[in-house]
Design a protein around this ligand. Structure first.
Ligand SMILES: NC(=O)c1ccc[n+]([C@@H]2O[C@H](COP(=O)([O-])OP(=O)(O)OC[C@H]3O[C@@H](n4cnc5c(N)ncnc54)[C@H](OP(=O)(O)O)[C@@H]3O)[C@@H](O)[C@H]2O)c1
Length: 237
């Protein structure tokens, strides 16, 4: 199982307002989707926008899973393309909320899946990865926003971060950043190693970081699917 987190930030580390990235960044996102078998997005991103998680050419990728995670179960449905077009999405929520949400979504094609709590009280993202893995998604793209990213990094499910730094400064205190939570993701940091750095003609930089081995906590139910470290390129000078 390989889990990648993808994110575009400003120079000041903010991830909003979207879209931040250029057409090149959009193409990078769509490529990352086509290289993975599922996308996982936080409910806040669904509430703030109208994501469809499309692949290259703004097309649906056949058989690819689109999933949302919500603890509260309070997700908007009407007018959200995720529920109106393309393959039925998965909605991960707490076990206590799943039944009511399933009833609310009765007339929409989607699957609601109840998940246990992690020790922090958030949903257990390792369990979500196990469900996705069992459904054939051995490569998963975590697409944010900041709260989901924080949970994913702090719960140790992330293998790599695909980061686009855009040549923009917003400078508004409190606006979401790459990882947003009330406590550090690690002790206090989670460390990553730079494996590629590609400046773009737009002034953006495409970065790829892999998590340091000691920070990876999630153990896939199918360990054979874990990506080999042999794919890692030499660090840049
Ligand atoms: N620049 C980028 O690359 C990028 C990418 C994606 C999103 N964004 C932006 O980021 C903003 C949203 O970020 P955000 O931090 O406010 O929200 P978010 O991370 O998208 O969603 C947060 C919500 O997701 C649910 N959630 C996340 N992790 C969970 C867990 N482990 N267990 C249970 N529930 C979990 C909770 O939903 P409930 O509240 O329903 O319980 C939580 O309130 C949007 O404006 C969006 O446009 C930017």
């Amino acid at each position: 199982m390989q889990v990648s987190l993808i994110c575009a930030t400003t120079l000041c580390g903010r991830i909003c307002p979207v879209p931040l990235g250029s057409a090149l960044d959009r193409a990078r996102l769509e490529r990352a989707r086509s290289n993975t078998k599922a996308s996982l997005m936080g409910a806040g991103t669904l509430r703030d926008g109208n994501p469809e998680m499309l692949g290259p050419g703004r097309n649906f990728i056949p058989g690819r899973i689109r999933a949302i995670v919500t603890k509260s179960g309070k997700i908007p449905i009407e007018g959200k393309r995720l529920f109106e077009k393309g393959p039925p999405p998965l909605v991960f929520t707490g076990k206590e909320v799943a039944k009511g949400l399933q009833e609310r979504l009765l007339h929409h094609t989607c699957e609601v899946i109840g998940i246990s709590n992690y020790r922090t009280g958030e949903l257990d993202l390792g369990e979500i990865m196990d469900v996705l893995d069992a459904k054939g998604a051995d490569k998963v793209l975590v697409e944010g926003g900041g709260m989901l990213n924080h949970a994913a990094i702090s719960q140790g499910v992330i293998d790599e971060i695909l980061l686009t730094i855009t040549p923009l400064v917003l400078g508004v205190k409190g606006v979401q950043s790459l990882a947003d939570g009330t406590r550090p993701v690690g002790d206090p940091f989670v460390g990553f190693r730079l494996v590629s750095c590609r400046p773009q003609p737009t002034g953006e930089i495409f970065l790829r970081y892999i998590v340091s081995d000691s920070s990876k906590q999630y153990k896939s139910i199918n360990p054979n699917l874990r990506v080999s470290p042999a794919v890692v390129q030499a660090p840049l000078a």
